[in-house]
Design a protein around this ligand. Structure first.
Ligand SMILES: C[S@@+](CC[C@H](N)C(=O)[O-])C[C@H]1O[C@@H](n2cnc3c(N)ncnc32)[C@H](O)[C@@H]1O
Length: 247
């Protein structure tokens, strides 16, 4: 899968792409990430990529000329503008995007981009959360990272994405590794039991417990068995009685 990242600050993106799983995926030819500096498409001698907003107000706006030329230089492909005004990014969106061969991720800066760029060339605006970042680079990397790790072969079998948070609509259970006792805290006994069914049950209950406590709205869409529902009812009753559902 090819990711074209358009940015005024390629150096802010480069290091992450050259690290760990993403670097390995690129070496293996599963992911290709290309960086384009939008400033290279500015025609004036100062390579100006931003200007003051019409109508006044604070801050600068990314000029349409250089940005449109930069996008056109990497077309065709789905053009995504990172923006706090966009639709929220989530696992379902990553699963939708991974079906495409090519994504063009546009990183905004300053107050954002001239609206005509959006009207002319952007297919979709995506937000990574209800907060304002300084620039779209972290948002583009978030989209690239969450999407590319769903490509077959990108994660080794050790890092499988199948049992992760959101995989089945729930948050993931807690993890433990050696030592068995750390600063007075022991690994939950079920995980040491060697009883696979007991381990599965413990993990499932923990997923349900954490989801109930932290993201109860996810339970409405999660795939739940009758036993899951019974456990949840038990935990919810405990919560109502003022007890945090225990492990
Ligand atoms: C300082 S922000 C601009 C914020 C804009 N003036 C507003 O109030 O909506 C600069 C750039 O960072 C990126 N950005 C900031 N927050 C983001 C978010 N939550 N999700 C995606 N991109 C974001 C966008 O590309 C945006 O154009």
């Amino acid at each position: 899968m090819l990711f074209e990242i358009l940015t005024l600050f390629p150096e802010a993106v480069k290091g992450y792409l050259e690290t760990s799983i993403l670097a390995r995926a690129q070496r293996a030819g599963l992911v290709e990430a290309r960086l384009t500096n939008i400033r290279d498409f500015a025609r004036d001698k100062h390579q100006t990529a931003d200007d003051r907003p019409f109508g006044g107000g604070q801050g600068m706006v990314m000029k349409p000329g250089p940005l449109c030329a930069a996008i056109r230089s990497v077309l065709p492909g789905r053009v995504i503008l990172t923006s706090p005004r966009g639709r929220p990014f989530d696992q379902a969106k990553a699963e939708e995007l991974v079906r495409l061969d090519k994504l063009i991720l546009v990183c905004g800066r300053y107050e954002g981009v001239d609206q005509r760029v959006i009207d002319l060339l952007v297919d979709e605006e995506i937000s990574v959360g209800d907060y304002v970042l300084t620039g779209g680079e972290l948002a583009a990397l978030t989209i690239l990272d969450a999407t590319s790790r769903l490509l077959p072969g990108v994660l080794g079998s050790q890092d499988s994405s199948q049992e992760e948070s959101f995989g089945d609509g729930l948050l993931e259970y807690p993890h433990y590794t050696r030592p068995r006792l750390f600063e007075g805290r022991a690994v939950p006994e079920a995980l040491l039991s060697g009883d696979h069914q007991r381990i599965r049950d413990w993990r499932r209950r923990e997923s349900l417990r954490l989801t109930l406590l932290r993201r109860p709205e996810l339970l409405e869409r999660a795939q739940l068995s009758q036993r899951d529902r019974d456990w949840l009812a038990e935990m919810a009753a405990g919560l109502e009685a003022g007890r945090e559902p225990g492990r």
